[in-house]
Structure formats: structure tokens, C-alpha cells
Ligand binder design. Structure first.
Ligand SMILES: C[S@@+](CC[C@H](N)C(=O)[O-])C[C@H]1O[C@@H](n2cnc3c(N)ncnc32)[C@H](O)[C@@H]1O
Length: 314
């Protein structure tokens, strides 16, 4: 597989600007993917700098490692969850890093070639795991979770208005036979959304449900929260953390955590005294999220939902 054919790095110029890599830096790329960002970072930090390139998907990691052959001295590939940053550094005998990058979306490879049922446009077995070593997979969630739990997941992670109807219809379908493929699931979702709403929806009607299941299967928000907290601890003073998210739930989490690190009071309005007890640990470099230019969005439609936020440790 030639990764260049599949994944175009998003907000590449902006990532380099905000990450500001320097010669000799140790950079933690928690979502190595096709190594599109990492290749450009290595060009700046070489010859002595190193990228710790982490990806939970082993096939992705081996393809990226292959692509980075000519930079073998500058890349430390790791097949793990980026949330395990402290343990990863411990194993590599590295105490601190200068920069942390997370590009949270799905890679084109996972969507188009992995066969893991990430896309509502393909009919594949329900799986949606980044790594086959984790459990549950999407098949288990859809075929075994009780109706109430399904409804909660669809609402919480998909912000799906028709969560209740979709969960009820999944349970009814399951009474006859199990739900095996993404195609089966798309059909159930389509039939659950009243026609007058379905017509006005942007994109595929199953988009929110797929997002919700993927987030449940891979415990995505949990991992993001952990990597921000633990990553910030192992970041050098003056070091930077740059995160690209692809939907509002991820972005909200990143924005809130960054605000807490900057020391902006997050108490509800109207409290007479601050109760959250914040302390300034970081400077936010992106007052507002950075979006891809219209040119980039046209060239790479997958970049449309991307938004970048960055902080510097003080
Ligand atoms: C959008 S792609 C990254 C693309 C990369 N920046 C590039 O330019 O080619 C996201 C990657 O993160 C990986 N990933 C997602 N969640 C992860 C996690 N919790 N830990 C490690 N890797 C993860 C996916 O397998 C995928 O390859």
C-alpha cells in the first residue's frame, strides 16, 4: 500500500507553525497515521531530534514506519494507545518531550482499506476498533448492549435526536437475527428517522450513530482527556501541545482542558467566589480554533470538519 495515495495531512502548515519544532526536539506524535505531519516535523528536528510515532493500529504503524525508512534514526515507532504516554516514555527511557501532536480523526486508510466497518458508505462487518486487542467491538455493542445503554450512547456521543427510536428498532431487529454489517445498521437507522427530518439532514443519516459507536468502542474521549493531562505533565516548560479535532465533542473537551490549564475560571456564572481553584500552567496560542482554508477544504474535503487548538507550557 502506498500511503501517499490515501491520507493527505490536514492543516499541515498550521501544525508546523503552532507546534514550532526546532532542531534536536523530541516530539510525541500520538496519531502517526500516514506520517504526513511527522515527515515535515522530522525535516526540521533532524539530525538529532526524534519523533515518538504512536499509532494504535498496527497495520498503519508498519506502513508509516516503512515510509519513514530514510529517517530511521529520527523515528521511534510505538504500537499503543496515545493515552499511555507516561508508560511509553518510561519504556523508551525518555523523561520529557518538547512537543505533542494529536490529529484525532480517522485516516483515509482506516475508512477505505481497513475493512473494519468505519464507514457508513461500505458494507463491512461491524468492528470499528483501532486495535483488535481491545474489547468490545461494534458488533458486540450493537448486538448485546441493552436498549437503554444504546440510547444513552447515541445521545451522548452522537447527539442524535432520534436515539430512542433507533435503539428501539435495533432491539426489534435483534429479536429476529443478529446485526452483522454496517449496511444492516445503516438500513435500521434510515428507517428510524422520520422522512421529513431525513431529507433535511446534512450527510448520511447514520453519520452520528457511527460516530457514537466508534467513540464507545475506542473509549475516545477518555483517551483524549488522559493524554492531555499526562502529556502536559511530561511536556518541557516552553513546550507545545497541538490538537486537531473533527467533531464538537472532541473539540469541546480539548477547549475546556486547555482553559483549565491556562487558569481561566470555569465556575458557572454567578458564583460569588471561584471554586475551581485554577492556576496558570499554560498559554493558549489559539484564542479561537483554527480551521482549514477554503482552498484546503476544496482540495481535501475530509479536512472540512477539522479544527486546531494549541497551548504552550509556561
Ligand atoms: C487522522 S489519522 C492521523 C494522520 C496523520 N497525522 C498523517 O498526517 O498522516 C489518526 C490516526 O490515529 C490513530 N489513533 C486513533 N486513536 C488512537 C489512540 N487512542 N492511540 C493511538 N493512535 C490512535 C488511528 O489509527 C489513525 O491512524
Amino acid at each position: 500500500m502506498n500511503y501517499d495515495d490515501f491520507h493527505v495531512p490536514v492543516l499541515l502548515t498550521e501544525v508546523i507553525d503552532y507546534l514550532d519544532p526546532e532542531a534536536g526536539d523530541i516530539v510525541y506524535d500520538g496519531t502517526l497515521g500516514g506520517a504526513g505531519h511527522t515527515v515535515e516535523i522530522i525535516k526540521v528536528i533532524a539530525p538529532t531530534g526524534k519523533v515518538i510515532g504512536v499509532d494504535l493500529n498496527s497495520q498503519t504503524l508498519s506502513t508509516a514506519t516503512n515510509r519513514l525508512k530514510s529517517f530511521a534514526g529520527n523515528i521511534l515507532p510505538v504500537n499503543d494507545n496515545f493515552a499511555n504516554i507516561k508508560n511509553i516514555l518510561l519504556k523508551l527511557n525518555i523523561k520529557k518531550v518538547n512537543k505533542i501532536l494529536l490529529d484525532l480523526g480517522l485516516s483515509s486508510f482506516l475508512i477505505e482499506k481497513s475493512g473494519r466497518g468505519f464507514s457508513y458508505l461500505r458494507d463491512e462487518r461491524l468492528d470499528m476498533r483501532f486495535s483488535p486487542d481491545t474489547w468490545p467491538d461494534a458488533h458486540e455493542v450493537i448486538n448485546k448492549y441493552p436498549e437503554k445503554r444504546l440510547r444513552e450512547i447515541f445521545l451522548k456521543y452522537g447527539e442524535e435526536k432520534f436515539s430512542g427510536r433507533i435503539a428501539t428498532n435495533i432491539i426489534s431487529y435483534r429479536e429476529g437475527k443478529s446485526i452483522e454489517t454496517t449496511g444492516d445498521l445503516v438500513d435500521i437507522v434510515k428507517h428510524s428517522i422520520p422522512r421529513k427530518y431525513g431529507k433535511h439532514r446534512k450527510g448520511n443519516p447514520a453519520k452520528r450513530i457511527f460516530q457514537a459507536i466508534r467513540m464507545e468502542v475506542n473509549r475516545e474521549l477518555e483517551s483524549i482527556g488522559k493524554v492531555i493531562d499526562d502529556g502536559f505533565e511530561v511536556l518541557e516548560k516552553g513546550g507545545r501541545m497541538v490538537i486537531i479535532s473533527y467533531h464538537s465533542l472532541e473539540d469541546r473537551l480539548v477547549k475546556t482542558r486547555f482553559k483549565e490549564l491556562e487558569g481561566i475560571c470555569t465556575c458557572p456564572h454567578g458564583l460569588p467566589v471561584c471554586r475551581c481553584g485554577v492556576e496558570k500552567k499554560a498559554e493558549i496560542l489559539t484564542r479561537k480554533a483554527i480551521f482549514p482554508s477554503t482552498g484546503e477544504q476544496e482540495k481535501n474535503p475530509r479536512s472540512k470538519s477539522a479544527r486546531l487548538r494549541a497551548i504552550e507550557k509556561v
